[in-house]
Write a protein that binds this ligand. Structure first.
Ligand code: AMP
Length: 189
């Protein structure tokens, strides 16, 4: 599959990545792809892979890069060529950044931009607990672990895009529509 534009949406748990990714996808006519949603689907299946993935998600731990790569490649391989792709939750480790880089040629050297949604931690905790989506990993003890994983493994991804000058920072602590408008403005769309 070939894609002209990739927008990576990053941010800690509860920062509104999913909501903003979907809105942006609708606005631009880009395909929305959430690795978290895909993994939750696979986790529901009573297969060895499904059970293994479920055990990571329920503990708030990131799935190992090799496993994630395989799943990501497979999904991308099934897609038709598109104008743009919004990646919600991928890449989430520096290893995954390299994996995405390794796929660039196959994808037709897309233009990549990374958006980072900034929200302070106490507000994030309140949001995740209040959003009540019934996600098994929204339990307070699991949320703590997800934060820890985020700080240790995902924050370096933000630094990576910042160094490349591909990072767009957004204040995510505002009403949904305002955050959406800032995203559109800052991306120059
Ligand atoms: P999310 O819906 O993005 O919050 O993801 C929910 C859970 O799925 C995470 O806590 C991880 O266990 C797993 N997950 C989602 N995306 C990735 C990824 N790119 N790499 C590894 N694990 C992931």
């Amino acid at each position: 599959m070939q894609v002209k534009n990739i927008i990576v949406i990053m941010g800690p748990p509860g920062s509104g990545k999913g909501t903003q990714s979907k809105l942006l996808g609708e606005k631009l006519g880009y395909t929305y792809f959430s690795t978290g949603a895909l993994l939750r689907e696979i986790a529901k299946q009573h297969t060895p892979l499904g059970k293994e993935i479920a055990s990571y998600i329920h503990r708030g731990i990131i799935i190992p890069d090799e496993m994630m790569t395989e799943i990501f490649r497979q999904k991308i391989g099934l897609m038709n060529s598109i104008e743009g792709l919004i990646l919600d939750g991928f890449p989430r480790t520096v290893g995954q950044v390299k994996i995405l880089g390794g796929l660039f040629k196959e994808l037709g050297n897309p233009k990549v931009r990374a958006l980072f949604l900034e929200v302070d931690k106490q507000k994030l905790l309140d949001r995740v607990i209040k959003r009540g989506e019934g996600r098994a990993d929204d339990d307070p003890s699991v949320i703590e672990k997800r934060f820890e994983e985020y700080i240790n493994k995902t924050a370096p991804v933000k630094d990576h895009y910042e160094k490349l000058g591909e990072l767009v920072q957004i204040n995510g602590d505002r009403p949904i529509e305002e955050v959406h408008s800032e995203i559109i403005n800052k991306l120059g769309l």
